[in-house]
Ligand binder design. Structure first.
Ligand code: ADP
Length: 164
């Protein structure tokens, strides 16, 4: 049985993330979406909120679990018996950082392979930051996020813009 861990901040989940998760669920026996903390980013949504949104967005996919985690990714991967770290690649700009992370992780845990899935062309431009930017300026975010979590994401962004 092959378990893949798909890590990220998912702040919030987008259609780009769900596309990667759906495709990965066909390739691996178990996909664990690992909602992490990126020290360089200050999240808008709490880890619990990000996890809940992902759970709703992936509830129809049997072999997917969503788990919030802290600490080193390779330690988390080992703790769930994962042998694959899965990443999505949107553009060449993603590559340099992801390449560095993949080599670092393989040094820390040579038994774990990093696997990259290229974005689907329709999602190439899509990121959580775009969703937040469009949302805070009052734009329609429905083309970018899963329908079942649209209202929740929209109201959370609205709430956030009132705090600013
Ligand atoms: P980060 O981990 O840099 O904070 P995210 O949490 O948004 O970024 O992304 C989690 C993972 O999903 C990363 O591997 C990222 O490259 C990938 N990803 C994000 N958006 C897309 C997209 N539109 N298409 C394909 N992969 C994506």
């Amino acid at each position: 049985m092959t378990t893949a861990v798909y890590p990220g901040s998912f702040d919030p989940v987008t259609l780009g993330h769900v596309d990667i998760i759906r495709r990965a669920a066909k390739m691996f026996d178990r996909v664990i979406v690992a909602v992490g903390i990126n020290m360089e980013k200050k999240p808008w949504f709490t880890a619990e909120e990000r996890g809940e949104l992902l759970r709703s967005a992936t509830k129809d996919i049997q072999n997917v679990e969503v788990v919030e985690f802290e600490g080193l990714l390779v330690d988390f991967a080992k703790s769930v018996d994962a042998t694959v770290i899965l990443k999505g690649l949107r553009a060449v700009s993603d590559f340099e950082y992801e390449f560095q992370m993949a080599l670092t992780n393989s040094k820390l845990a040579p038994e774990i392979e990093t696997v990259f899935l290229t974005t689907s062309a329709v999602n190439m431009y899509l990121s959580s930051s775009i969703v937040k930017q469009v949302g805070i300026l009052g734009g329609d975010i429905s083309p970018f996020v899963p329908e079942c979590v649209h209202d929740e994401i929209k109201s959370r962004i609205k709430q956030r813009s009132r705090l600013k």
